[in-house]
Write a protein that binds this ligand. Structure first.
Ligand code: SER
Length: 592
């Protein structure tokens, strides 16, 4: 029976034989993208190259990428949701397109030399077309040409056959063709359109040929790319004929260890099964996060890690395992199943154990007391209010999903709305955290950073003058040496545009504009045409926002500080213009 490691190696070998170069999995923590906390798909770290930057390893790439998706933490424990997974991917950066991509997928899946899957067990979807883009006849014809029966091909819309799904996102995108495996009872019938549940997606081939701008319009990319993603875990479930991932070797070692440590059998009850699954999934994800340098904290990635560990610890208490006994043996199992793919796990095993233990013990200290407190709320009202939930979080470190789950376990009503409101408050807190982190650098008010800060305003306005009003600040980071500015724009800037922007900024510096600030209401600021983040907390003083004016050239919401005259800047030089993330460009510039 094919194991996950064998599938991964076959996949790499197959695409190496087709002229691809193997690239390493990027970190789970995106280096250049302030808009997401974790890498959620194989394409994520490759966005700059999909947008047109040349990749040092060439135009045909193959990889396996570690990913985290945390949208459904509450659902982990069922048959399908995992927080951590690995995505296999092959990539064409302006090289081959639909024909080769489809033929190679077909060959890898069905050839006796590779996976040898009977063709009848596979079905396909292709994009049916919409007002903007026609039916993907070409992909359809390639599949038919390879012998796929017309009844096995479903033609579906934006939600199913466009990536990113639904067509709502900006940045690189296009129609896709997806491959499904029969997981139903008996002989395969129909296709994804007719028997949705019985066909499980294993592979997605995206034909990235467009970029969507902030205005929603599609423009053709400089070159046509292929982005494919095959979920390693779910493909293994299908190929091994299992009903869920916990039955594969990626999890059986961990579950067996949990049975040993708890003296419960995994299958003893639905509750025990769920607890063991949650512990296994969460500690696996947490180990990989530690490997990538994430530390538990109250914001951003650190907070997600904290929630995973705390939920795992609560469940391990339920089945009677103390963290002291739990952590080292489970990490050991995680390392034995994932260490070959991610050797850094082996190197950092001791650190991971120590980090997990420290966080687990911190939580264990307040867990018993928090549970008592929870029972009190419960006895009194037979419900937990949003405020109670927040209290449990603040005083006892209970992440909201733990409280939510506790209430749920009582089998009684949960004040869902109040919970939702608290969740939102939380999200806002962690979003602010992410923004603050990215806004960074301004705590240093040295002369150099202050000058670069003023230069950033001039740059922002000059970009809007040259590229258009869709340009908005997406992030800014200033050190004493340089400024870095991220802004919405979906194309690489031409050398001429860069020069124009540079010239405009230098002209405003030469004009030696006077810099001053005024406190305005949001309304006044809008009427006077100020740009910037209206919700910026740094710029708010007593219900008003602070707006910096630079002569007649720039009006921008900002907490400062800035220089007094633009002449103090000397001159600007743009050193680099590059893609930062989907629909976002990044400029680095210096003064002098
Ligand atoms: N980006 C696509 C996905 O994540 C294909 O890799 O499904």
């Amino acid at each position: 029976m094919l194991t996950a490691n064998e599938l991964r190696k076959k996949y790499l070998a197959f695409f190496l034989s087709k002229g691809h170069a193997e690239i390493q999995s990027a970190s789970l923590v995106p280096e250049n993208d302030p808009t997401v906390l974790f890498t959620t798909a194989g394409m994520h770290p490759l966005v700059p190259y999909l947008l047109g930057e040349p990749h040092p390893m060439g135009k045909r790439l193959v990889d396996y990428q570690r990913c985290i998706r945390t949208g459904d933490i509450d659902d982990v424990g069922d048959d399908t949701h995992l927080t951590f997974f690995t995505m296999l991917g092959n990539w064409s950066l302006g090289d081959y397109f639909k024909k080769d991509s489809i033929e190679w997928s077909f060959e890898f899946l069905t050839s006796s030399e590779w996976l040898n899957i009977p063709l009848d067990k596979l079905s396909i979807t292709v994009f049916e077309g919409d007002a903007n883009t026609p039916f993907d006849q070409e992909s359809y014809d390639h599949w038919i040409g390879l012998g796929v029966a017309p009844g096995r091909i479903a033609k579906l819309g934006l939600e199913d056959n466009w990536w990113p799904a639904g067509g709502k996102h900006t940045g690189p995108q296009g129609p896709d063709t997806e491959i499904f495996y029969w997981v139903g009872e008996g002989e395969p019938v129909g296709n994804k359109g007719t028997h949705s549940k019985e066909w499980m997606e294993i592979w997605n081939n995206v034909f990235m040929q467009f970029s969507k701008g902030a205005d929603g319009a599609l423009s053709a990319l400089e070159h046509q790319n292929v982005d494919t993603g095959m979920g390693l875990e779910r493909t293994i479930v299908a190929l091994q004929g299992r009903s869920n991932v916990y039955e594969t070797e990626l999890f059986t070692g961990i579950l067996k260890k949990l049975e040993e440590l708890s003296s419960f059998e995994y299958a003893a009850s639905a509750e025990i099964k769920k607890s063991m699954r949650v512990i296994a999934d969460h500690l696996r994800a947490a180990s990989i996060m530690f490997m990538d340098g994430v530390e538990p904290s109250n914001k951003d990635q650190g907070y997600v890690l904290r929630r995973l560990i705390r939920r795992a610890i609560r469940h391990s208490k339920k089945i009677g395992i103390e963290s002291q006994k739990l952590v080292a043996p489970i990490v050991n199992e995680v390392v034995s199943s994932l260490g070959e793919s991610y050797p850094m796990l082996v190197e950092k095993q001791d650190k991971i154990v120590a980090g997990l233990l420290a966080e687990a013990q911190k939580f264990e200290k307040t867990l018993a007391q928090g549970l008592r407190e929870f029972s009190k709320f419960w006895e009194k009202n037979k419900s937990v209010s949003g405020e109670d939930a927040f209290n449990l979080y603040q005083s006892y470190g209970f992440p909201l999903e733990v409280t939510h789950e506790l209430a749920h376990e009582q089998g009684l009503e949960v004040d869902r709305e109040a919970f939702a409101a608290e969740f939102k408050k939380h999200q806002d807190l962690s979003r602010q955290g992410a923004e603050k982190k990215f806004a960074g650098g301004l705590a240093d008010h040295s002369v150099e950073t202050t000058k670069l800060h003023t230069a950033t305003h001039l740059l922002h306005q000059a970009l809007r003058a040259v590229l258009g009003d869709h340009v908005e600040q997406k992030g800014s980071n200033i050190t004493a040496e340089r400024l870095r500015f991220d802004f919405s724009h979906d194309k690489k800037m031409t050398p001429d545009e860069i020069k124009q922007v540079e010239d405009i900024v230098n002209e405003q510096i030469k004009r030696d504009l006077k810099v001053h600030s005024e406190q305005l209401t949001v309304e006044e600021a809008k009427t006077r045409g100020a740009i910037g983040l209206f919700e910026d907390k740094y710029a708010q003083i007593g219900g008003k926002i602070n707006v910096y004016f630079m002569g007649d050239f720039s009006k921008e919401i900002c907490g400062g500080p800035h220089v007094e005259h633009t002449g103090q800047l000397g001159g600007i030089k743009i050193q680099k213009e590059e893609a930062s993330s989907a629909g976002v460009r990044r400029i680095k510039a210096i003064l002098g």
